[in-house]
Design a protein around this ligand. Structure first.
Ligand SMILES: Nc1ncnc2c1ncn2[C@@H]1O[C@H](COP(=O)(O)OP(=O)(O)OP(=O)(O)O)[C@@H](O)[C@H]1O
Length: 616
């Protein structure tokens, strides 16, 4: 039997499965086989100038390109369309839509390359992404083993990415060093995940059976065709092993040094059958050098991730709590604790001097801290990322929820309101982009300029080019807390009813499109006031008038694919509640805080620093 049927050869000369998206994937309202085009924009050439090729994979060639308006360099993945009888091939459509949907959500996390947009020609799809110039983790792995602190920092970043995906019910199925790029060539550059071609929806506990993955990293249970989210943790374990030793973990009695040296990779020394046999039955090598120089804690960590029984393997979240990772995160945790103390004390120099003050991978990570108990200054960037991953319809709906809850939840939003006032002293209800940009650029965060603009884009929910009060609240409030409050169900019902103008109890794509494009959902929020229930009246006539120039055209199909769980073409009230909810596992601490001068916010000049009255 040849596993991974239809497999093609990847860069390392080893096959990876094609079009691994689960047949049960949420294609939803789209009848994929009837599509001739994706509905992506067609004006790529007006916006970008394509440059040289910088990478190639199984599904596409990646080029450098320049934004004609700003001069910004981006990466463009050019994928040739697969057409059968004049129509796009169904599996191809599913795979591309999936990749775009997932990029649109997860790309808002700083752990993932940002997707600026998708374009198409009659022949190609063009995915325009954040450019990562630091090369693949693969290349650095090949250069030699990392010391434990550096390996732990990278393992943390990879596991945080995996945890973010799992919390959203997404299994990656392709965690491997080739799919993590360094943002820049700097030694401490952050890692960004690319390539979600094999990712699919899979809730905790759900089992998939289609074989998908890259052979050297694939988990044993994937080979047995009964697997779920733990398969990504196994793959992360293989990467962790590589980072520490510079080689693969499998040793087979018959083959001796099977997969023991990276030098043999790419030379097709091993058949898939041999590799899969090693994954299923081979002895995991924790004995030969350099294991004699590696700590017992590190060995225990890797062995735990490479537990063959997925039931005994830790989840990504549990793995992040492992003492081996935590010991290297002690500096960041201590500084974070100092920062929290500073905000209580009004900020002092002692806390500031305790801060690491650099952008090392360890201090970049969310650390063990997170959650709403900390000052906003510590978690602002994490909150923005998590909100960014929600997708446009959910963001718009949550902004409407904010309008409903604003008067009822004054206590919950008081500190966020105070921080907004400090950016808007004139009380106009709207803060220009530049002011929020200046806040993120003020040196307290370790963010590149492109990352700042990516985070800022998250604030602009209504695409009007500024940050209004309700956008500010929606982006920064801790939705997990709100969802546990007594009013949550009521607020969500109110928003559902705004869409459901015909009182059918179901939201069709047309219902949603009509309300979104009519501006009814935004009416209250865009006033810039603190919002009231009276503002939130949908305007069906206005809807008709504005349908032609709706900026949210592409929002609804993607949201339907996500929210319409039973694929009946509509979103029920229950589905809507689940759609708006933040999964319990989607924790702020999985997102990078990028807080640089922890505890140093004593000036209070931005109204958000630890020492100001507006500190949260
Ligand atoms: N955002 C980016 N910035 C810089 N280089 C990139 C970027 N995205 C991809 N690349 C380069 O292009 C290569 C191929 O990209 P990608 O893995 O997305 O393509 P693929 O066809 O899906 O590959 P695979 O065979 O792994 O499925 C990457 O290995 C990397 O070297």
């Amino acid at each position: 039997m040849l596993p991974f049927p239809g497999a093609s050869r990847g860069r390392s000369g080893l096959p990876r499965s094609q079009f691994g998206a689960s047949p049960s994937g949420p294609v939803g309202a789209i009848a994929a086989s009837s599509l001739k085009s994706f509905g992506f924009a067609h004006d790529f050439d007006q916006k970008y100038t394509l440059g040289r090729a910088i990478g190639a994979g199984t599904f596409g060639t990646v080029h450098l390109a320049t934004d004609n308006a700003t001069g910004q360099e981006v990466a463009v993945k050019v994928i040739t369309k697969r057409v059968i009888g004049g129509y796009l091939e169904g599996n191809f459509v599913r795979r591309v839509q999936h990749e775009v949907d997932i990029y649109n959500h997860l790309g808002r996390s700083l752990n993932v390359a940002y997707l600026y947009g998708a374009w198409e020609t009659p022949v190609h799809v063009q995915l325009v992404m954040e450019l990562c110039t630091g090369g693949e983790l693969w290349t650095r792995v090949q250069r030699g083993k990392y010391d434990e602190a550096a390996a732990a920092a990278l393992c943390r970043e990879i596991l945080c990415t995996v945890a973010q995906c799992h919390a959203k019910g997404i299994v990656l199925r392709d965690v491997k060093p080739e799919n993590f790029l360094f943002k820049t060539a700097a030694a401490d550059a952050p890692l960004k995940m690319i390539d979600f071609g094999l990712a699919t929806y899979c809730k905790p506990g759900q089992l998939l059976s289609d074989r998908a993955g890259s052979p050297l990293y694939v988990a044993p249970e994937v080979l047995k065709q009964s697997y779920g989210q733990p398969c990504d943790v196994w793959s992360a374990g293989v990467v962790a092993y590589q980072l520490l030793t510079g080689r693969f973990p499998f040793e087979d009695e018959d083959c001796g040094l099977l997969l023991s040296s990276l030098d043999v990779l790419g030379k097709k020394h091993f058949t898939n059958k041999e590799i899969f046999f090693a994954i299923l039955y081979g002895e995991l090598d924790f004995h030969r050098p350099p294991w004699d120089e590696i700590s017992d804690l590190a060995r225990a960590f890797v062995a735990h991730l490479l537990e063959r029984d997925p039931a005994k393997r830790p989840s990504a979240e549990e793995a992040l709590q492992h003492p081996w990772l935590r010991q290297f995160d002690a500096t960041a945790s201590a500084a974070s604790a100092a920062s929290s103390m500073a905000s209580v004390d009004g900020g002092n120099g002692a806390a500031a001097s305790a801060a690491p003050g650099n952008g090392t991978a360890a201090s970049r990570s969310g650390g063990g801290a997170g959650g709403s108990g900390r000052p906003l200054s510590d978690s602002l960037v994490q909150r923005l990322q998590r909100f960014g991953t929600y997708g446009r319809l959910k963001q718009l709906a949550l902004r409407a929820v904010v309008s409903f809850m604003a008067t009822a939840e004054t206590e919950r939003i008081a500190s966020l309101a105070a921080a907004f006032r400090s950016l808007d002293p004139a009380g106009r209800g709207v803060v220009p982009y530049d002011a929020v940009g200046a806040l993120l650029n003020n040196g307290d965060w370790d963010l590149s300029r492109t990352e700042v603009s990516q985070l800022l884009a998250t604030f602009d929910i209504d695409l009007e080019g500024n940050v209004d009060y309700n956008e500010w609240l929606a982006a920064l409030i801790d939705w997990r807390e709100v969802q546990e409050s007594a009013g949550w169900q009521k607020y969500v019902n109110q928003v559902f009813d705004m869409f459901d103008q015909e009182h059918t109890g179901r939201l069709t794509p047309e219902n949603i499109q009509r309300v979104l494009c009519g501006g009814g959902l935004l009416a209250g929020a865009s006033s810039g006031s603190s919002g009231s229930e009276g503002d939130m009246v949908a305007d069906p006539e206005g809807a008709d008038a504005e349908l032609d120039e709706c900026p949210f055209d592409d929002v609804v199909p993607a949201a339907m694919r996500e929210a319409d769980e039973d694929h009946d073409g509509a979103i029920s009230r229950e589905e809507f509640v689940r759609f708006l909810s933040t999964a319990p596992g989607d924790k702020l601490e999985f997102y990078e805080s990028r807080r640089k001068r922890l505890g140093a916010g004593g000036s209070g000049s931005d109204g958000i620093g630890g020492g100001s009255g507006a500190a949260l």
